[in-house]
Design a protein around this ligand. Structure first.
Ligand SMILES: Nc1ncnc2c1ncn2[C@@H]1O[C@H](COP(=O)(O)OP(=O)(O)O)[C@@H](O)[C@H]1O
Ligand SMILES: [Mg+2]
Length: 267
C-alpha cells in the first residue's frame, strides 16, 4: 500500500511543518510523486509549497469532502490548509453535511488511485481534535517531531495515550510504531543532550521507534522558509539541518519501503 506518513505532535512549534516540508521535498528530489496534505487551518505548509498548488486544485476543507485535486506536470500536488478546516473541526462540511473520521482517509485513497502518488505526507495542527484523529485514521506511518526538553517529553507521553485511544476506537492501518524525531536540537546545550539521551533510551520501551539522527537548530531553515524554497535548494546539504533531514528522508523511505527513482538527494 502507498505509504501515508502523518507528521504529528500535540505540541506546537516542534517543527511538524518543517519536517513535513523536508520529507516531501526530499522524496520529490528522489523522483517520487508526492501528495502533501496540510490539515492545519494556519496553512503554513500550503504557503511553503505554493509551487505545487495548481489552479483549480482544492484546499484541504474541500479535499476532505471529496473535491478534486490537480497535479503539476511532473505529478506533484500540495493540498493547502485553509480556514474552512475550522468548520470541519466541528465535524460538518461547509454545506452542513456530517463528515466522519474516515472522510480524510477516503479522500487520500481516492487521490492515490486517480493520480498514482508514490507517497503521501500529511502535516497536522497541534492538539487532539477531529482533524488529527482523521489524519491518524488515514495513516500507515507516523512521525512525531519533538524538541529535546521536558515539555517535549511530556507531549510525547500524551501523544502515546491519544494514539492508544484512537487504536481502540478505529480500525487503524498503522504498519509500525510511531517514530520520534528530535528537532531543533541544540548540540552545545548539556541539558538538551541529557534530554535527548533519556528520550532515546526510554522511547523504545514506551512503544516508539526513534531516529538516531537529530535535526540541529539552524538558521538556514528559516532562511529557506522566508524565501518559499526547499531547504535542500538554499542551504548546504553537506552539513546542518538540511544534511540531517536528507539522511532522515532516506531512513523514512527505507522504513516505508520506498525506493528512489533518481539520485538519493546527496550532492
Ligand atoms: N531545525 C531548525 N532550525 C531552526 N529553526 C527551525 C528548525 N525547525 C523549525 N524551525 C523554526 O521553528 C518554528 C516552528 O516550526 P514549525 O515547523 O512551524 O513547527 P510546528 O509545525 O510544529 O508548529 C518555525 O519558525 C521554523 O522556521
Ligand atoms: Mg505547523
Amino acid at each position: 500500500m502507498t505509504p501515508i506518513i502523518v507528521i504529528s505532535n500535540q505540541k506546537g512549534g516542534v517543527a511538524k511543518t518543517t519536517t513535513a516540508d523536508a520529507l516531501s521535498e526530499g522524496m520529490r528530489a528522489r523522483g517520487l510523486k508526492v501528495l502533501a496534505v496540510d490539515t492545519d487551518p494556519q496553512g503554513s505548509l500550503g504557503r511553503m509549497q505554493e509551487r505545487y498548488v495548481m489552479r483549480g486544485s482544492c484546499a484541504a476543507s474541500s479535499f476532505i469532502e471529496g473535491a478534486d485535486i490537480q497535479t503539476t506536470e511532473d505529478g506533484q500536488c500540495t493540498v493547502p490548509g485553509d480556514e474552512g478546516l475550522i468548520t470541519i473541526q466541528n465535524q460538518f462540511d461547509l454545506k452542513g453535511n456530517e463528515l466522519d473520521e474516515k472522510s480524510l482517509m477516503r479522500s487520500i485513497d481516492k487521490a492515490i488511485a486517480l493520480k498514482g502518488f508514490d507517497a503521501v505526507i500529511v502535516d497536522t495542527q497541534p492538539g487532539m481534535n477531529f482533524m488529527n484523529i482523521s489524519a491518524f485514521v488515514a495513516a500507515t506511518h507516523m512521525v512525531i517531531p519533538t524538541t529535546a526538553d521536558k515539555l517535549g517529553a511530556e507531549a510525547i507521553s500524551q501523544t502515546a495515550e491519544f494514539l492508544g485511544q484512537i487504536a481502540d476506537t478505529f480500525p487503524v492501518r498503522w504498519e509500525d510504531d510511531p517514530a520520534v524525531l528530535i528537532t531543533q536540537f541544540r548540540g552545545i546545550s548539556k541539558l538538551a543532550n541529557t534530554f535527548a539521551n533519556q528520550m532515546m533510551d526510554a522511547l523504545p520501551q514506551a512503544g516508539f521507534k526513534v531516529f538516531q539522527r537529530r535535526i540541529p537548530i539552524n538558521v538556514a531553515i528559516q532562511e529557506a522558509q522566508a524565501q518559499n524554497k526547499s531547504i535542500y535548494e538554499t542551504s548546504s546539504i553537506l552539513r546542518g539541518a538540511a544534511y540531517e533531514y536528507n539522511l532522515v528522508c532516506n531512513l523514512v523511505m527505507e522504513w516505508c519501503g520506498l525506493q528512489a527513482m533518481k539520485g538519493n538527494g546527496e550532492q
